[in-house]
Design a protein. Structure first.
Length: 172
């Protein structure tokens, strides 16, 4: 249920942190390089290209087809299935991941603008909406096991038994 999804997320975050640290180091090294403007938009595009896009595509790759789960989901005994109960196709998995990571992108965009001092009150609204989206999504998981990104593409996250077979078709 919710705790399994949280466990899966924690497992994936632990695996992603080294990449985020590496990308952050690259970003710091590129500060001041003409190809990457040291502006909120430049930093945001760099973060999108070096962190958000690779994480989104990697998660989609893990969750598409027969794999059906990120390493964190496997650790938590979970598997992502489409509306028909089969694996997600690549396009659906990418859309699911994009919806899942959009609030992350919006939040750090707002932070870049606010820290830079160039942020208008609108960036506070953007940041608040991003945070609210995450909270609503987790609230939906707590209610019936389907997060916002699951609903958008008609996916379900199911528990799997030792052989990787769904356990009673229940969502978690």
């Amino acid at each position: 249920m919710l705790l399994r999804r949280l466990r899966a997320t924690l497992g994936d975050v632990v695996l992603v942190l080294p990449w985020v640290a590496f990308a952050g180091a690259v970003g710091l090294a590129l500060r001041g390089v003409d190809a990457v403007p040291d502006t909120p938009v430049g930093r945001d595009l760099l973060a999108l290209a070096t962190v958000v896009a690779p994480v989104t595509v990697t998660a989609a790759w893990f969750e598409s087809g027969p794999r059906g789960a990120t390493p964190g989901k496997r650790w938590a005994g979970l598997h992502v299935v489409g509306a028909d109960g089969g694996g997600l196709d690549r396009r659906t998995a990418v859309l699911r991941s994009a919806v899942r990571f959009l609030p992350w992108q919006l939040a750090h965009t707002a932070v870049f603008h606010l820290v830079d001092g160039s942020g208008s009150p609108a960036w506070f609204v953007v940041s608040g909406l991003a945070q609210a989206t995450v909270l609503v999504s987790w609230g939906l998981v707590a209610r019936d096991g389907r997060a916002l990104h699951d609903r958008v593409v008609g996916a379900r996250v199911v528990r799997v038994g030792p052989a990787g077979v769904g356990v009673g078709g229940r969502t978690t």
